[in-house]
Design a protein around this ligand. Structure first.
Ligand code: ATP
Ligand code: MG
Length: 180
């Protein structure tokens, strides 16, 4: 993960922008996690809007965004809970939300969770075996796509991460290695 993050920060990972079907990526990721969710006694829902504007992106990187967010939602939600992945679109952008009825994040930690190695409660999470890099990677990938990520959470109630992606203008579609 650390290697992946430094690659993203550096210039040596060429990225491959292609027209993307985010709905496919979301379905695919949900299917990968269906069994894990079931074993954790969680209900996993996928809701895909009718209209999604076309966007360009790197499928491998965006798959990682969806995977890391879903992995967290499942990991930080108690048995009996619910997890939703929602994809919606308007003229401007595609919005991907990953929402859960999990443990939530206290307000004082909300600004810091995207920092590398940052974990809310090391004691609580130790058994989960995470390193605190997942969201740092997510944020990097989203920013590389000129997108935005937002989080809303209520401690003890649940959390919702929303990623907004616009189509990348032609002139910005240069490989990261060439641009920086
Ligand atoms: P890794 O993803 O590297 O395996 P991690 O899950 O601990 O480890 P991040 O994904 O970066 O690291 O998340 C950082 C911290 O933010 C987590 O340790 C957890 O405390 C909190 N967090 C992230 N997602 C959620 C969520 N859906 N619900 C509650 N807390 C969350
Ligand atoms: Mg994680």
């Amino acid at each position: 993960d650390l290697l992946e993050l430094s690659r993203l920060e550096g210039t040596d990972r060429a990225w491959h922008l292609v027209p993307l079907d985010l709905a496919d990526l979301v379905e695919e990721t949900a299917n990968t996690y269906r069994e894990i969710a079931q074993e954790a006694d969680l209900l996993l829902y996928v809701e895909i809007g009718d209209y999604l504007p076309p966007i360009q992106g790197d499928a491998t990187l965006l798959r990682q965004v969806i995977t890391n967010l879903l992995d967290n939602a499942i990991k930080y939600t108690e048995p009996g809970g619910h997890v939703w992945m929602t994809l919606s679109g308007d003229d401007e952008a595609v919005h991907l939300s990953v929402r859960d009825t999990g443990v939530g994040i206290p307000p004082t930690h909300l600004d810091r969770i995207f920092e590398r190695f940052y974990r809310v409660d090391k004691g609580r999470c130790r058994k989960m075996g995470g390193t605190g890099l997942g969201l740092a990677i997510v944020k990097h990938i989203v920013e590389k796509h000129h997108g935005k990520i937002a989080v809303e959470s209520e401690y003890g109630e649940g959390t919702c991460f929303t990623v907004t992606l616009h189509d990348i203008p032609e002139e910005q579609m240069v490989p990261a290695a060439a641009s920086s």
